[in-house]
Design a binder for this molecule. Structure first.
Ligand SMILES: [Zn+2]
Length: 440
């Protein structure tokens, strides 16, 4: 279907344009002014923003094997409702995505069931180097390396293999950067306690030092190779400082959860905010904001990691780590940034332009003639209400969010994926239209 979107504030890499846009055969055909011969359905934006759809390079959609928590159909739908049109999914599933055969099986299973465009990471183990060397950089966005344990069994603490990959990987390396041995000794000290006794318990079990030692080591090793790599979920002030001097082939991310909350919030939320790396302290949180503004952290990824509410209600030591972060993303970011005077274009840089540039997405990302039309109509002055936990009104399968009951500023009104209108005024339209993302 072709579309003519009229009277929009169109955000392009060159700046904001007030006018119309024409989507023809899935792609942006005219931006700003539409020729009189243009044909298509008319969508009246009435002064709302027309933004490029967000690209979330860090999600856990739990497929295969953990589908009680979420699956590609449900979680990609939740992503759409928050203004996300492309996701990169992590490999720590059951079984983990650690062989090419499993990667291909996952790829086939996701085809035609993803509402968003998608790309699938590969997982590194101590045994699968030969498979990593065969990965196709056109379709595999990266190899995920867990230097410390989290959900699932993927863990690679063998420094020799990590060093080898830093020299030889055919695709970008994606690091969960915490030092397992530091966590083990902290756990021995603190793991037997409960929230009632230690208000910042999870930050004690997974301390600042675990992140700092690991990221420090990685940055030192980075200088010996030139394989591009990306450090996920930066959570500490010291890492932001260390990243100032990183080589140009290293990039870094933080997540909305670390921007919204810090260890002081555990007293209210407890396991709801248990995630890895742990939330740190107020000074770390401030440093993350500064790192984003200064461009030291160039990407925001959600680390959307759904778990069942019943799992989160278990005692501390049994509750899994991870926070569902899809469903309300663009209003959430907008609300967080508005309090700091940040324009909507700030988030488009962090969640569209930077990922499109770093991963070299083919014909995807910004609103640009010839590119795929992944787009969001967003009303900054409207509100988005987050339902209470357990409500079927939540988009994510796990049906809860630490944001329950809050009102966020801004509303995702409509979303197009590959030129098809798939979400409008709270309703999903048609069937999943996501495509595999091609990398250059
Ligand atoms: Zn993650």
């Amino acid at each position: 279907m072709n579309w003519i979107i009229r009277e929009a504030r169109i955000l392009t890499p060159e700046g904001e344009i007030e006018g119309d846009a024409w989507i023809k055969e899935g792609r942006w055909t005219s931006i700003g002014r539409v020729p009189s011969r243009a044909k298509g359905f008319t969508y009246l934006a009435r002064g709302a923003y027309l933004l490029p759809g967000l690209i979330d390079t860090h999600v856990h959609f739990r497929e295969p094997g953990l589908t009680a928590k979420g699956n590609f159909y449900t979680e990609s739908r939740a992503a759409i409702a928050g203004g996300v049109t492309t996701v990169f999914d992590m490999p720590n599933t059951f079984p983990p995505t650690t062989t090419i055969a499993r990667w291909q099986a996952k790829f086939s299973a996701v085809q035609n069931r993803s509402w968003t465009n998608f790309s699938l990471y590969f997982g590194a183990t101590a045994e699968n180097l030969s498979e990593i060397y065969q990965l196709d950089p056109r379709w595999v966005p990266g190899v995920k390396i867990f230097l410390a344990s989290s959900t699932g069994e993927l863990l690679l603490t063998d420094e020799r293999i990590v060093k080898k990959l830093l020299q030889e990987s055919p695709v970008r390396l994606i690091f969960h950067s915490e030092k397992e041995s530091v966590i083990q000794s902290s756990f021995a000290l603190w793991g037997g306690y409960d929230w009632k006794e230690v208000p910042d318990l999870h930050t004690k079990v997974r301390p600042i030092q675990a992140c700092v030692e690991s990221t420090g080591w990685l940055l030192e090793e980075a200088r010996k190779g030139s394989v591009p790599f990306h450090i996920l979920h930066i959570s500490t002030e010291m890492e932001v400082e260390m990243l100032r001097a990183r080589p140009p082939w290293v990039s870094a991310e933080t997540c909305p959860s670390y921007l919204q909350w810090n260890a002081n919030d555990f007293s209210r939320y407890r396991n709801y905010l248990k995630c890895n790396p742990s939330l740190k302290y107020a000074s770390d949180q401030e440093a993350l904001w500064n790192g984003l503004v200064e461009g030291i952290l160039e990407v925001v990824g959600t680390d959307h990691a759904p778990h069942l509410l019943s799992e989160k209600l278990l005692p501390y030591s049994q509750a899994p780590s991870g926070i569902p972060s899809q469903g309300y993303l663009l209003p959430w970011l907008w609300t967080l940034g508005e309090q700091r005077g940040l324009p909507v274009s700030f988030w488009i840089e962090k969640m569209v332009y930077a990922p499109a540039r770093l991963w070299r997405l083919r014909d995807r990302g910004p609103i640009r003639e010839g590119y795929w039309a992944d787009a969001v109509v967003f009303r900054p002055e409207s509100e988005t209400y987050i339902p209470s936990n357990g409500s079927p009104l939540h988009y994510s399968k796990c049906q809860w969010s630490p944001l329950e009951g809050e009102s966020l500023r801004g509303q995702v009104v409509s979303v197009w994926v590959n030129g098809e209108l798939c979400f409008c005024d709270g309703q999903f339209l048609g069937s999943p239209n996501g495509m595999a993302v091609e990398l250059e």
